[in-house]
Design a protein around this ligand. Sequence first.
Ligand SMILES: *Cc1c(COP(=O)(O)O)cnc(C)c1O
Length: 333
Amino acid sequence: MVDLRSDTVTRPSQAMRQAMAEAEVGDDVYGDDPSVNALEAEVARLLGHQAGLFVPSGSLSNQLGLRLLVKPGQELVCDDTAHVVRAELGAAAVFSGITTRTWHAERGLLDPADVANRITPNAGPYLVSTAAIAVENTHNFGGGTVQPVKAIREVQQLGREHGLALHLDGARLWNAHVASGTALDELAAGFDTVSVCLSKGLGAPVGSVLVSDAARIAKARIWRKRYGAGMRQAGILAAAGSFALQHNIKRLADDHARAAYLAGELSADPGTTETNIVVLRVPDAAAVAAQAREHGVLVSALGPAFLRLVTHLDVDDAAVERAAEVLRPLILG
Ligand SMILES: *Cc1c(COP(=O)(O)O)cnc(C)c1O
């Protein structure tokens, strides 16, 4: 099987498993796990923030960040296919009493005018006041879109002018860094909270890290425990994350090249494949996915006419060539 459903399907390599097996561990709820502490410090350093918190998933990392920035009854604004509103099962509302309003963004691309049109800061006693803006980089449902730094800075400026906080869902910030050549700390600058995933393209089996200032991370640590996600000898997992940071960032360029190859072979809209995600518009996505499966290729039908292919650590050149062979007749006829 060539599995292009997601970059979450990777399995830890032998070398990563070795690093996990040899990890020094302690009780992380007591702050005693050296491998977790090292990972949190390293991610914070890479992203240019004061402190980090290791959590089991990107959804939890996002939700911890959001609840620190938005009070119950206030709103978060973001685009309408952002993971935080589309794929976290209403968590911001359920856990934190946060309402959301959205704008539509082609390919998930950030446009400061959309944000300016949507925010209602200090809306008074009748309307919902905006408290925070969320940005996703790269944009998952948008097709791995890299957000331009200029647009990010304008949105941050707008946020500052209106006293709004900013959250970055950087599940695939590593991909944005490799594709654009922009430094990680530059991509993470100007955000109050940043979430990054270790379990996507980086190939760790589990884990995300939230970074922010030390005071917010101390609060997030309390909420992580309250949510039941305080882990004990989690260094076994953190070691996989540290291994991934050391070995699997630069190689994301290979995933991007393979995605570009697939985009070309399958006539994706030119210029829409910037990183490791290929979006294809087809008349019947479910039918294509079912037929491809019969030929040993797994892809995601994320909408009636929306196919998503994701390259990752466990698909090599031969695998994408095979996928292209299977998919070409199904898509191009
Ligand atoms: C995968 C992903 C997340 C987090 O997902 P989990 O499955 O909860 O780890 C968050 N944001 C984006 C954009 C993602 O692609």
